[in-house]
Design a protein around this ligand. Structure first.
Ligand code: ZN
Ligand code: ZN
Length: 423
């Protein structure tokens, strides 16, 4: 009897990561991530269901909602063990609570299920190993955001590496992953950027700083909408390093998460820069302060939401968009149908709405590995027999998959949601 893999979510799509690994001999069932996606109307979409009473353990890679967001649903009728590190559990609590506040009406679970999940969580550290049933499990750094893990599972002659989301380059927050020489038969890998290489990060940072500096020197105000988890703190750390004497403010959940990061030194690469952010930059407190900094030439405001959907950025953009001296600097992927994408393509926030007169820029600060990095990662693994590509659009998956097959002679599989594979 072997191992069976069932894709419950993230099959040929980005988001709602969820994979079931079943050891047919022992009946051990491990769920790898259980996240949500959001549809065009911002309603949460859950992965396919799995009977909670049959789940032995859920291994969570990191605290982005597309990896942890639906996990409390597995606690509506059972108490399986969740596994994650301390930072991910604290971030997960914050992120899921916020999602319940915004979309609770559409979700099939509530706050008590989140609490039950946390009460049944086994905390593991980086490099730690443990057993779930007869499966031996190790944790590895994924390089994606602070606390992001990969899991290596070994059962008899089978070994599986599940990457979650990965990054191979060093950022201020996280060291890139390094798995050179690891031995694995089956790799389950994200493929968000399977057909795209990111521009050089140093070059992007230089351009970003040059742009910010230009706006500030002209007496404008810089608005940087950024995701509250990781991207905000990464941008703040870069500003602390390169422009420590500027007037930088951060708002919303970006400050709660910064404070959390500061409590977990072991998961932060340039901890010194985050300390500096905390010391020299200011958190926004109260509406008077918000009003004041919108009138202060040269201020730089970092605030969620990254795609201009919800969050304190709503307040700022309404006050800053009409002045051509100001700038809106987008620093993350802008999904179709978001106000951020509309701003980039049409130059306005609503379709047919007034033109935004502030200057608009976009910089690629992705925390996902690009296509060549993913390819090199695969190449560095020993004894690899097959690659299961998930967490990517069809184009990305097939572009990367055929490249792997042609260059390395390794089989790739691109399962859809609901598909089962026997390993
Ligand atoms: Zn992620
Ligand atoms: Zn993801």
């Amino acid at each position: 009897m072997g191992i069976e893999l069932t894709v419950l979510g993230a099959g040929r799509e980005v988001g709602r990561a969820a994979i079931l690994i079943s050891d047919m001999g022992s009946g051990t069932n491990i769920v790898l991530d259980y996240g949500v996606s959001f549809d065009e109307d911002d309603r949460p979409l859950l992965p396919l269901t799995v009977p909670p009473s049959k789940v032995t353990a859920i291994l969570i890679t990191h605290a982005h909602l597309d990896h942890i967001g639906a996990t409390p649903f597995l606690y509506t009728s059972a108490r399986p063990m969740a596994v994650m590190n301390r930072l991910t559990s604290e971030l997960g609590r914050l992120m899921v609570k916020d999602m319940l506040r915004l979309s609770g009406y559409y979700l099939p679970f509530e706050y008590p299920e989140l609490m039950t999940m946390l009460e049944n969580t086994k905390i593991v550290g980086l490099g730690e190993s443990f057993w779930v049933g007869n499966i031996y499990i190790e944790t590895l750094n994924s390089g994606h955001i602070p606390g992001a893990f990969m899991y290596r599972l070994v059962s008899g002659e089978h070994s599986i590496l599940y990457t979650g989301d990965v990054n191979t380059i060093d950022t201020r927050l996280s060291r890139g992953l390094n798995i050179n020489g690891i031995e694995v038969n089956t790799l389950i890998m994200e493929s968000t950027y399977g057909m795209y290489d990111h521009p050089d990060r140093r070059r992007i940072e230089d351009l970003f700083i040059e742009t910010v500096r230009g706006v500030v020197e002209d007496g404008g105000i810089v608005l940087i909408p950024a995701f509250s988890l990781a991207r905000s703190q990464e941008i703040l750390a870069i500003l602390a390093e390169k422009m420590p004497h500027s007037n930088v403010y951060y708002d919303g959940m970006a400050k709660d998460i910064l404070e959390l990061f500061l409590r977990y030194r072991e998961f932060i690469y340039r901890y010194d820069l985050l300390e500096k952010v905390y010391k020299i930059f200011a958190t926004v407190r109260g509406s008077e302060m918000r009003k004041r900094i919108c009138k202060e030439p040269g201020s730089i405001i970092v605030t969620p939401a990254g795609m201009l959907k919800g969050g304190p950025v709503q307040y700022y953009i309404k006050r800053l968009w009409s002045d051509p001296r100001n700038a809106v600097i987008l620093v993350s992927y802008q999904a179709p149908t978001t106000p951020g994408r509309r701003l980039l393509i049409e130059g306005s926030l609503e379709s047919g709405g007034p033109r935004v007169r502030a200057r608009v820029f976009w910089f690629d600060f992705s925390s996902h590995a690009g296509a060549s990095d993913l390819f090199n990662l695969i190449k560095s693994i020993r004894n690899l027999e097959r690659v299961v590509l998930v967490h990517g659009g069809e184009d990305s998956i097939y572009s990367l998959g055929y490249h792997i097959k042609e260059e390395l002679g390794i089989e790739f599989i691109a399962p859809k949601n609901g598909e089962k594979l026997a390993l």
